[in-house]
Design a protein around this ligand. Structure first.
Ligand code: ATP
Length: 248
């Protein structure tokens, strides 16, 4: 398959992505030529040992960090060639984010948190889509609550709704269950899974957790800043076995 075919098919792709931190003898090659594709309508997990480059890759794919060389495409748009303004617009309009630490604004209600980015962009929410997302996430009776009045799992569900409400091309999730206990973590993973299976969204998630990875359609494995393999229809067992061969 040629690169251009990959660009058109994949929701997100990277080609020979290189990111070096620092310089001289202390330089760290966090990404060392990462070429990979994340397909539309799939939930993909990025896994690998600590320090293998997972967060750096996610941040470069999402336009939160810039690579030293190589390209990233979101659909047909080459993100790596965009100026600051266009990149900000692309992040706002076409990408959703879910972080480990929820990142909700404490003074706003759940509903206002969910809708804030759309309002700042001067867009109005598609009320039918908003209702589907809110119902999928079980947030209907929590919309008037502030984050401090919600449990950690509910706050992360609000963050998922915020990521999905603008119908982004892709949602990037960085350790979305890292701050949750296993039961509420399972709820959030089930919602991310349903956002793909039921709403047709595309999710790329960094995780350490083989259970979280087992919700994915595919796992992309990183080691030492390079793609070290992939697992289709991962199970906890297949993920653990693959990670142990990588020394994780
Ligand atoms: N801002 C930075 N400055 C210098 N080195 C960095 C910086 N961010 C990351 N690194 C280094 O780049 C490499 C990849 O880091 P990254 O955080 O992407 O790995 P990771 O796989 O997400 O790790 P973890 O699983 O521990 O979160 C590591 O060696 C890390 O120390």
């Amino acid at each position: 398959m040629t690169v251009s075919q990959v660009e058109v098919r994949g929701a997100v792709s990277s080609h020979e992505l290189v990111k070096v931190y620092g310089n001289g003898p202390a330089a760290v090659r966090a990404l060392d030529g990462v070429s990979t594709e994340f397909r539309a309508g799939e939930l993909t997990a990025i896994m690998g040992p600590s320090g293998s480059g997972k967060s750096t890759l996610l941040h470069c794919l999402a336009g939160l960090d810039t690579a030293g060389s190589g390209t990233v495409h979101i659909g047909r748009t080459e993100l790596t060639s965009l100026g600051d303004k266009a990149l900000t617009r692309l992040r706002r309009d076409r990408i959703g984010f879910v972080f480990q630490s929820f990142n909700l604004l404490p003074t706003l209600t759940a509903e206002d948190n969910i809708l804030l980015a759309l309002r700042l962009a001067g867009r109005t929410a598609d009320r039918e889509w908003f209702a589907r997302v809110v119902d999928l996430l079980g947030l209907r009776d929590r919309l008037r609550h502030k984050p401090s009045e919600l449990s950690g799992g509910q706050q992360q569900r609000v963050a998922c709704a915020r990521a999905l409400v603008g119908k982004p091309d892709v949602v990037f999730a960085d350790e979305p269950t890292g701050n949750l206990d296993s039961r509420t973590g399972a709820d959030v993973l089930a919602f991310l899974r349903a956002s793909v299976s039921d709403l047709g969204q595309t999710v790329v998630m960094v995780t350490h957790d083989p259970i979280a990875a087992s919700y994915a359609d595919r796992v992309v494995l990183l080691a030492d800043g390079r793609v070290a393999g992939e697992i289709h229809w991962p199970t906890q067992e297949s993920v653990l076995a693959a990670l142990s061969t990588l020394g994780a």
